[in-house]
Design a protein around this ligand. Sequence first.
Ligand SMILES: [Zn+2]
Length: 81
Amino acid sequence: MAQRSCDRHKNLQMIPSSLESSGGAVSGHVCPVPGCGRHHAEDGYFDLADGKPVREEKRLKEKITLAADEILRMLRAKAGT
Ligand SMILES: [Zn+2]
């Protein structure tokens, strides 16, 4: 397997690892630095949160937060406060 270094720690080799993705387990690399946890797979570098790539998760959370704010605003307007 090809050697891969972390994009935040260019002098460090990442550890070959099996990564979970939406399409199942894929072979990739994980940065050994505590607090970094950078992952690399076929489609590039990413971080994981709760076992999912952060970039997708983040967008979804922002959408949910926006929707929740909107509902709160409507409820407050109805309550007349
Ligand atoms: Zn790193």
